[in-house]
Design a protein around this ligand. Sequence first.
Ligand code: UD1
Length: 359
Amino acid sequence: MHIVHIVGARPNFMKAAPVIATLADHEGIEQSLVHTGQHYDANMSDIFFQQLGLPEPEANLNVGSGSHAIQTAQIMIRCEEFLLARRPDIVLVYGDVNSTVAAALVCAKLLIRVGHVEAGLRSFDRTMPEEINRLLTDQMADVLFTPSEDGNTNLAHEGIASDKIYLVGNVMVDTLVRLLPLAPENIQRTRFGIEGAYGLVTLHRPSNVDHPTLLEHIFAALVEISQSIPIIFPVHPRTRQYLKTCSEQHRKSNIHLVEPLGYLDFLALQRQAMLVITDSGGIQEETTFLGIPCLTVRKNTERPVTVTIGTNVLVGQDMEHLKGAVDSILSGRPKTGAIPPLWDGKASERIAEVLVRLG
Ligand code: UD1
């Protein structure tokens, strides 16, 4: 059986790595990895390949950045060429980025089976580009691997046949469990000179960072928070373009703005943070697994178990709510949580079992 894995953006890499490694232990499976090149900076891509032990891609499609239409179309054109030449038995796509939906659409038209890892998640907010990617990918997929029960419920409501759906758990947690022992100790002190408690911030959603006035408003709240607790803020390239307008405020703050970090350094910072403020999807899950309080600057989440079971609190874009939630944590009243079922480091084994059985 020949399986092609298609990845393109940072959050894909930690999801594909454990699936590829687990399948490598099975006889009779040939695997090819394709990188679409949606993310191309060394600190958004190469460092993840090294740290996660991903194999060298058989092809890099080098699509780079562009509007949604340009990026999606380029991925489709170049994926089609690769898949026509290789004709695999199945293609696996991951998560909800443009590379995911573009590759799935090509497979659907070429009548190549496609499996979606991290299927069924829904924010029910169609203004999010990822929600469109999730909905369409799941409609086209032949095999759907869900991380949590809510995924199965959502897919059932959308009329997806239950015999295509497999509840396998969270593959990101597989990577986290494997690499946690390799995350450096005390990086906040050695790299950032911070002794004691600190907060960790990431922001990159277009709904937060593409509007300079809103970003300034959020940044002003972070400046205030940083008077109580130092903040480390690795800045996504998307956010960097817009953050320039906040430089005056930054000078008065205790915020350490840094380049995007590699997987192990970021994991180390999450593990020891007093609190995390984010709009990322994956970080909501990682903090839940690690038991670290997470305040999510979004009105909704496609990962509701991080709120119902885990440590996540949605604060929306209401900065008074954010500051109040930070105060609760600093005064010793954080939201506590548990680890959702099947987030046990074995999701990729369950995926491999299904793929081997389906042949
Ligand atoms: C993409 C995903 C998002 C995911 C995020 C993780 C989509 C629609 N969005 O968003 O779901 O949470 O990745 O990072 O697929 N850029 C660089 N270097 C890079 C990559 C991007 O400088 O290596 C800059 C470019 O200016 C680019 C911008 O970042 O225009 C946005 O990149 P893009 O891939 O369009 O989306 P992300 O915001 O990264």
